[in-house]
Design a protein around this ligand. Sequence first.
Ligand code: NAD
Length: 268
Amino acid sequence: MTEPMNTPFLSGMHALVTGSTSGIGLGIARALAKRGCGLTLNGFGDEAEIAELCDELAGIASAPVAHHPADMRDPVQIETMMREAAAGRGTIQVLVNNAGIQHVAPIGEFPVDQWNDILAINLSSSFHTIRLALPAMVEAGWGRVINVASAHALRASPFKAAYVSAKHGMAGLTKTVALETAKQNITVNAIAPGYVETPLVAGQVADTARARGITEEEVLRDVMLLAQPTKKLVGIDEIAEFAVFLCTDAAASITGTVLPMDGGWSAK
Ligand code: NAD
C-alpha cells in the first residue's frame, strides 16, 4: 500500500462538506482540496467571498469546486443541494457532515426555536445527507461519511441540552449507518473534538478575558479548558488531517467509531 496522505489521492472524487464556509468545515474542505478532491461547499456568508474561496480551492485541487447555499434546517433545500451537487460534480463519495450551531441556556428557559434549529442542523441534516448520498456510494462501491460531532457526543455539560442531545444522536446515527454499510466499502465515522481553535472560539476567549478582567491565558486554562487536560485548543488542521486519513485505504477498517480529539477530556 502506498502512503497517500501527501499525494492527490482523492483526485477525480467529489466531497460535499456542510457548513464549510468557515472554521472546521473550511479546514476539512481545504485539506481535501490539497489531495485533489473536487468539492461542494455549503454554508452561509458573503457571496463574493464564497466565490473567491471556491476559486482558491479549485486552484488547490485542480478540480471543480462550487458552493450550494442550502439551509441545513430545511430537508427540501438539502434534497436540492444533494441532487444539484451530484449533477454538477459527480457522485458524492466523501460526505462530511459538519454544519452546526450552539445555544446555551438552562433547560427551563431553553428557547423552543433554538432547540428545533439545533436538532435540525446538528443532527437531522446528517440523516438527510446520508440517506440521499448512500445509494450512489453503494453503486460506486466506495464511500466515506465523516460526521463532525463533539466531545459533547460523549460527555454532557449543563445548559447545552440541545447541543448535547444532537451530538449524542449523531454518535448513534454514525454507529447505525456504519453497521448498515459495513460490507459495502463504505465507512462511517464521527470525530469528537473538544474546544477547537476557530475564529469563534478565539473571539469567545477575548470576550471572556475582558468580561472577567483576567488574561486570555487564564481564560483558556481556568475557564474554557477546565475539562480539557492538555489545556490546549485542538487545531483545525489536526481535525482536517484526520478526516483525510479516514479517506485512505489504511482507514478502511475504521467504521462506526466516535473518535475523541479532545486533549483527554473524555478520558476522565
Ligand atoms: P463555525 O461557526 O465556524 O462554522 C459553522 C458552519 O456552519 C459555517 O459555515 C456556517 O455558515 C454553517 N451553518 C450554520 N448554520 C447553517 C445552516 N442552517 N445551514 C447551512 N450551514 C449552516 O463553527 P465551527 O466551530 O467550525 O463548528 C463546525 C462543527 O464543529 C459544528 O458541528 C460544531 O458543533 C463542531 N464542533 C466545534 C467545536 C469548536 O470548539 N469550535 C468543538 C467541537 C465540535
